[in-house]
Ligand binder design. Structure first.
Ligand SMILES: [Zn+2]
Length: 288
């Protein structure tokens, strides 16, 4: 079974504020190139058996994707999509939104993005979220590593800060997205220390040297079992990401550099993310 643990749903025209539009334009990202996101999401995520879907709430960088809208989209393919509630720790009613997302909208996990939200992962407002998640068995997927957005502290995205979260909340299941690029080595140092901290491979394959290097680090530290497959739709698709991960050795040519064993690649692509994160199968209910 293939689980894409990292797909976004949003409506750029309605959900992106002016600062975010300016950031996208500065980095030459054109939201129109994503086409009709809802239909494309439903179609392209079929390359996996199950996909996790979330929006983003981040007043500091002008993202405002209503959780209700994402939950409604997930309901269109409830047999194969899972909804994570997106929270902005700076929002005064963040904990109410967490409870509403979990109890009324059917969220089975939480999405946070400290870099986008300009909040330290160890901030008391984040820790209140972690407490709820531990109590109710909800995993948290964090954006970790760099991004095109400006105006916030890059430091909040350093993988090492999530080490401190894991020490304080050892039962919290966490996913550090994008292997924390360009600090993949630091992310590996964190995930190998904590049984419930994982990373995902989303949005990495199209930087072939860095991706190969990161995969070698995973092999050399023997941490590949802590890594899950993700795409980062609509920045890429599930199918393109599967092909990109499988093509990791294509830059080696005749270089003599060691390849990434197929067993490592396929092991990651078929990792049982649902069981590891304590998630239900959308069509079948919770794992035994
Ligand atoms: Zn993402």
């Amino acid at each position: 079974m293939i689980v894409d643990v990292h797909t976004h749903f949003f409506r750029p025209d309605l959900d992106f504020g002016p600062r975010l539009r300016a950031d996208l334009a500065r980095c030459h990202v054109n939201p129109a190139s994503w086409g009709e996101i809802g239909e494309r999401h439903l179609e392209t995520t079929r390359a996996a058996d199950v996909a996790v879907v979330f929006g983003l709430q981040a007043s500091a960088t002008d993202w405002n994707i209503p959780n209700d809208v994402v939950a409604r989209h997930v309901a269109r393919a409830a047999d194969r999509l899972l909804f994570f509630v997106a929270l902005d720790p700076l929002h005064p009613h963040c904990l109410e939104e967490l409870e509403r997302g979990h109890q009324d909208l059917g969220a089975v996990g939480v999405k946070l993005a400290p870099l986008y939200q300009n909040v330290h992962p160890c901030d008391p407002r984040c820790r209140a979220i972690y407490q709820y998640c531990v109590k109710h068995g909800l995993p948290v997927l964090f954006h970790v590593g760099t991004s095109f957005v400006g105006g916030t502290l890059l430091d909040y995205s350093r993988p090492v800060h999530f080490d401190a979260v894991a020490v304080e909340f050892p039962e919290l299941r966490m996913v550090l997205a994008h292997l924390g690029h360009p600090w993949e080595g630091e992310t590996i140092a964190v995930i190998r220390r904590h049984p419930h901290v994982y990373a995902d491979l989303s949005a990495l394959y199209y930087r072939p040297w860095q991706f190969y290097h990161s995969m070698r680090l995973l092999v050399e530290y023997r941490t590949e079992a802590k890594v899950l497959f993700g795409s980062d739709f609509p920045f890429t698709t599930t199918g393109d990401s599967l092909a990109g991960v499988r093509g990791v050795n294509s830059i080696l040519a005749q270089s003599g550099l060691p390849g990434i064993p197929e067993s490592v690649i396929e092991g990651i692509l078929h990792r049982d993310a649902l069981t590891l994160l304590g998630l239900p199968h959308p069509g079948r209910g919770r794992p035994a």
